[in-house]
Design a protein around this ligand. Structure first.
Ligand code: UTP
Length: 224
């Protein structure tokens, strides 16, 4: 299978860099690469929000802030350059064509941000569409897609399996309460829907066994 793997920035760097996690994920990906092709996108997370918040308070415009977020995501992605051994690319891909060329060279492409105006979820979904991926695996601090914001509502229910249409309705807030739109970028939900890419949204803990998640053994949400 060809798989796009998105790792939330706050997973690799919450209060400090989680070196063990980076090493564990890389080791698993190198081993799984015998049977699958991977393209990895890493988010900006906590550090990106810190820089964006600071520069916003100074008065910088949104596009400038986006460029900073993109750079932080690339910096987070570069952590995997150190741990992917011979599978590591020589540089972080700035666009989808470069990522695909890198894959064809037998390396694992690494991406952070690509263009201002969206998030690394959108990067991941566009990359998945462009590369003709069979699966989009998304690991973040939220362990799945909920019917409403679990941080606001105690009775929020995690959804085991939903359609792309339902995901789009949830993130656009047409059916459920606002707040859940943080679960995935609405632009990403639109792209996933049009390209019908099977997506799995899981929590950080499940990064311990990526093979199991690929095989459908997980506690997150499957979108198909
Ligand atoms: P992220 O997509 O990483 O947001 O980009 P996030 O919510 O912190 O994601 P997680 O927690 O890592 O999953 C951070 C910021 O960088 C800019 C946007 O401003 C975004 O909010 N960005 C990122 C872009 O403008 N373009 C991109 O392609 C990626």
């Amino acid at each position: 299978m060809r798989i796009v793997l998105k790792i939330g920035g706050s997973i690799v760097f919450s209060d400090k860099i989680d070196v063990e996690l980076v090493k564990s994920v890389s080791k698993q990906i190198i081993s799984l690469s015998k049977n699958h092709e991977f393209l990895i996108v890493v988010g900006g997370g906590t550090i990106a929000r810190e820089y964006i918040g600071a520069l916003k308070s100074i008065g910088k415009d949104d596009t400038f802030l986006d460029f900073i977020g993109m750079e932080v995501a690339k910096l987070n992605a570069s952590l995997f350059m150190g741990s992917l051994g011979e599978k590591a690319p020589v540089e972080i891909s700035n666009d989808f064509k470069d990522a695909l060329s890198t894959l064809y060279l037998g390396k694992i492409p690494l991406l952070g941000g690509t263009h201002p105006g969206h998030t690394t979820d959108a990067v991941s979904s566009m990359l998945a569409e462009f590369a003709g991926a069979d699966l989009f695996l998304r690991f973040t601090n939220v362990d799945g897609v909920y019917d409403k914001d679990p941080r606001k509502y105690k009775d929020a229910k995690k959804l085991g399996k939903i359609s792309h249409e339902t995901l789009l309705e949830i993130v656009e807030g047409t059916k459920a309460e606002a707040g859940v739109n943080t679960v995935i970028d609405p632009l990403a939900a639109k792209i996933l829907k049009r390209s019908k890419i099977k997506t799995i949204v899981c929590g950080k803990e499940e990064l311990k066994d990526i093979k199991a998640v690929i095989e459908g053994k997980h506690k997150g949400t499957e979108i198909s």
